[in-house]
Each structure stands twice: as C-alpha cells, then as structure tokens.
Design a protein around this ligand. Structure first.
Ligand SMILES: Nc1nc2c(ncn2[C@@H]2O[C@H](COP(=O)(O)OP(=O)(O)O)[C@@H](O)[C@H]2O)c(=O)[nH]1
Ligand SMILES: [Mg+2]
Ligand SMILES: [Zn+2]
Length: 318
C-alpha cells in the first residue's frame, strides 16, 4: 500500500499527495466509513468514550484533511483504504494532525486580555497542540503601552512560548514570521476581529483570489457542502478556516487544571504535597511562594484561581 497525505476535501472527494513522490491525485474513500484499530494513546479514544481508553478498539471514521492514509491505485479509481493514527484531531476546523496553532491576539481593538490568553493556552495544552503567539495591530497602540505589553508577555517567552508582533496591514513583522510555517501544518485561532484574515492575506497575497474561486466553484446555496483545504506555504500548510474563536474549557474537575500550566508543573515537586498540591491554600506551596516573590506574575496566578472557580461552578450546574 502507498502512503499519502490529505490536502483537500470537498464532500467525499479528496485531494491526496503521495508522501514519497509528491504526486497529487483525486481519491475517493471506499464505503462511507473507515475501520481503524486504536491504542490507548490514540486521539480517537478521547473523543469516543472514556471507558474505551485502556482497550484497543475498532471504530468507523471518515478520512479528513491532514490525515495520513494508505491508498490503492490499482483500479481505475484511486481509493483511500486506511487512516493512519492521528496525533490530534480538531472538529472546527475539521483537520487532523495539526503541528501548531497560531494564536492571534490584537494589542488593541479588541483589547489584549491575559484572561483569554491563559484560557487559550490551557486548552492548547489539553489538546496537545503547540501554540505560537501573534500580537497584531501593534500600529494602533502607543509605543509606551506596547513596551509594557511586551514586558508583561516576556514571562510567556521565558516559559517557552514563541511570540511575534505584527502589523498585518503594512506587512510589518510578517517576514520574520514566515519560517514558523516550515514543514508544519498550521491553523490560525483567535477572537473575531483580531486580524486573522488580514494576517493570512499578508502572508499569502494570492489567497484572496483563491477563496473567491472556491466559493464560486461550490456555487451558491450549497452551504452544507463539506469543504476544507490546506494552502501550501513555505514548505508547510496552513488551514483555510480559522478555529477556536469562542472557547470553553473541557475540564470538569478543578484539580486537573494545574497540569496545563507548564510553569506550575515545572516547580510543583517543591510543593509540600508535590503532585497533589492545587496551589490554592495548601501549606508549603512553592507556586504561591513564587507568586509572592514575583517569579510568577500575580495576574497569571489570579486568573488561575478564577478558572478554578469557573470549573467548580460549571460542575455545580450539572
Ligand atoms: N491597523 C491594523 N489593522 C488591522 C491589523 N490586522 C487587522 N486589522 C483590521 O482589523 C479588522 C479585523 O481584521 P480581520 O482580519 O477581519 O479579523 P478576523 O476576524 O480575525 O479575521 C479589519 O478591519 C482589519 O483591517 C493590523 O495589524 N493593523
Ligand atoms: Mg476572518
Ligand atoms: Zn503548590
């Protein structure tokens, strides 16, 4: 069997790229659903049912954009026969095997929010996605405020997040960003109005045209057609539709939250209760000590406490 990567899907028609030769082909999928053996680590398991987690199961699923697949080209029609295990799996956009998410925040308009940033970062961590932070509209904020924002965000750089500052309208900061996409499958995410489309257009000026061609080809009144496409960019791919504009936690127990703070995890061995410490009111908490001495920004810790309360309240609703 030959291996390929799914680049585009319109209804049940797939554009696949052979992983060895790079040849692009149109393929169908045999029957409507694929069967797939799963192991404990598989991302499919997470979606289906928590109870199957420890077992190997067989499921029926459809191929989607981003999938690595096996295909059969011996007949006149090329057919996808098997989906290889996914490393992650998003629903909106409907794409598998994402390497990174460009989290776009505007410096202003809408205002930058650390609350939203931390929420996105928790979710990225939970979904095992790698975020890259983009701060847009730096031309709309005065220099002093921008310097302060950069200072406040430096902590995030120190704990391992890449951060870029852009003015997409004048294409400032765009060139230094382009290496980020190399050999990766990237999706853009962020609130409405932060500048995702403008950024995409700054990266790929030809994209505008492409988007128009597609809506023309699909015709009007066919809004239910499933369509997802990846754009080739700098030896990588960018997903055409943005994801995560509105976000909610999928965390139901408050004690799960701490695991999604890499800066807390890194030091929790020094808490008296080690891995059991929720860093709230436990004695001998290293995280609280670090907040008090300014090693962890107080605002980040305050937002952590807010999230803990949000999760608890959400639980009470059920
Ligand atoms: N001045 C300035 N305006 C921007 C920038 N990025 C986006 N915009 C404007 O912000 C508005 C929303 O941008 P858009 O790309 O549609 O946001 P999206 O909803 O995230 O796709 C538009 O009017 C853009 O022209 C930027 O870097 N600088
Ligand atoms: Mg947009
Ligand atoms: Zn602690």
């Amino acid at each position: 069997m030959k291996k390929a990567f799914i680049k585009k899907m319109i209804s049940n028609q797939y554009t696949i790229v052979d992983l060895e030769t790079g040849r692009e082909m149109i393929a169908g999928a045999r029957g409507k659903l694929r069967y797939m053996r799963l192991d404990e680590e598989s991302s499919f398991n997470k979606q289906t049912t928590k109870k199957t987690k420890k077992e190997t199961v067989i499921l029926q699923i459809s191929p989607k954009v981003g999938d690595h697949v096996l295909y059969d080209d011996r007949e006149d029609q090329i057919l996808i026969t098997e989906i290889l295990p996914r490393k992650n799996d998003l629903q909106r956009p409907d794409v598998a095997n994402i390497d990174q998410v460009l989290l776009v925040f505007s410096a202003i308009n809408p205002d930058f929010s650390f609350h939203l940033l931390d929420k996105f970062l928790v979710i990225m961590n939970q979904e095992r996605l790698t975020p890259v932070l983009i701060i847009s509209k730096i031309d709309l904020i005065d220099e002093r405020k921008l310097e302060q924002l950069k200072k406040d965000l430096h902590y995030y750089h120190d704990i391992g997040y890449e951060i870029y500052y852009v003015n997409s309208k004048q294409r400032i900061g765009i060139d230094v960003l382009s290496h980020v996409f190399k050999n990766k499958l990237t999706v853009l995410a962020g609130q409405t109005g932060v500048g995702k489309s403008t950024l995409l257009n700054a990266l790929m000026p030809e994209l505008d045209l492409k988007t128009q061609e597609i809506s023309y080809a699909l015709g009007r009144g066919k809004h239910t057609t499933r369509h997802t496409e990846l754009y080739s960019y700098n030896e990588g791919y960018i997903v055409d539709t943005p994801g995560f504009s509105k976000i909610e936690f999928q965390i139901f127990h408050a004690d799960e939250l701490k695991a999604f703070y890499p800066d807390f995890v890194m030091h929790s061995d020094h808490c008296r209760f080690k891995g059991d410490c929720m860093h709230l009111s436990e004695p001998g908490c290293e995280i609280k000590r670090r907040v008090e001495t300014g090693l962890i920004p107080k605002s980040r810790y305050d937002i952590y406490q807010l999230f803990i309360n949000e999760i608890k309240e959400q639980k009470e609703k059920y």
